[in-house]
Design a protein around this ligand. Structure first.
Ligand code: GLU
Length: 282
């Protein structure tokens, strides 16, 4: 069994990200599994090497260890190009606005691509096209540790963006397989992406990992915790306070990494949302 954590290096990890990372590590290591890291720097405009390094430092500071060197997605273009070439795809010239308008039509699935460019009808020659999958299913089912059997929409998803950047869904599936990942633990905001990713894996004949989508940490107002909530990154907090609070947020007594592993029992995990209380008064 190999688990992983795969942050996007576009800023420091906040308490909710760190909790998910710790859970991913606990799920993998508590039965002696492997654990790998991946730096998801496919979005070249938002990613930075400095941010990646700070994230890795923070993950080490909360007690995580990982096998081998982290994989940087920016080094993986050749693998993505090979994977893309084996799929049935088409160029898409639609703008974001056109897609939004078309997906408001009565029978459209909200947020899904309505297939405007599928038959080569609309060509907007001024725009460099994105590349979309010609999907032959409308939905796909996955198994999730918390959600059970989960079925989600699969549309003609973007695999490569018009600006040349690789799309998250393509990169994540290619790299989970490349790194031998068999268990994906991540925030439950990504549960709707799992059917798309499992479908892609099936097209490439790759194994679908076990999914564990964990509830996100909320702010005092009950909304998903974000950087704008103030002192939420590790560097804003006292490290030992943060480590203790991360353990408590998972229902564990503060302890060393080995001590946390001893206590960890996935069947006892609470599904209640965790609310983060900022240690520094505003
Ligand atoms: N890189 C994604 C993020 O930071 C997570 C990808 C994943 O875990 O599949 O939101």
């Amino acid at each position: 069994m190999i688990g992983r954590y795969a942050p996007s290096p576009s800023g420091d990890l906040h308490f909710g990200n760190l909790r998910t990372a710790l859970l991913a590590w606990l799920f993998a290591r508590h039965d002696g599994g492997g654990f790998v890291l991946r730096v998801e720097d496919v979005d070249t405009g938002r990613s930075s090497m400095e941010s990646a390094e700070r994230q890795l430092e923070d993950l080490a500071a909360i007690g995580l260890d990982w096998d081998g060197e982290p994989l940087y997605q920016s080094t993986r273009s050749d693998a993505y190009a090979t994977a893309l070439a084996s799929l049935d795809t088409y160029p898409c010239y639609c703008s974001r606005k056109e897609i939004q308008e078309a997906s408001r039509a009565p029978h459209a699935i909200p947020g899904s691509y309505p297939g405007t460019c599928r038959n080569g009808a609309v060509v907007n020659p001024g725009k460099s096209p994105s590349v979309r999958l010609r999907s032959s299913v409308a939905s796909f089912s996955v198994q999730d540790f918390f959600a059970g059997s989960y079925t989600g929409d699969v549309d003609d998803m973007v695999l490569r963006r018009g600006d040349g950047d690789w799309a998250y869904n393509l990169a994540v599936v290619v790299d989970d397989a490349y790194q031998g990942v068999t268990q994906v633990v991540r925030g439950d905001d990504l549960l709707p992406s799992a059917p798309r990713q499992a479908y892609l894996a099936s097209l490439w004949g790759l194994p679908v990992p076990e999914y564990v989508h964990v509830p996100l940490v909320l702010n005092a107002a009950g909304k998903r915790l974000a950087k704008r909530d103030g002192a939420v990154t590790l560097r804003d907090m006292d490290l030992s306070w943060a480590r203790a609070e991360l353990a408590r947020s998972i229902g564990l007594q503060p302890a060393s990494p080995a001590g946390l592993l001893e206590q960890f029992d996935p069947s006892k995990l609470s599904r209640e949302p965790v609310v983060f209380k900022n240690p520094i008064p505003e």
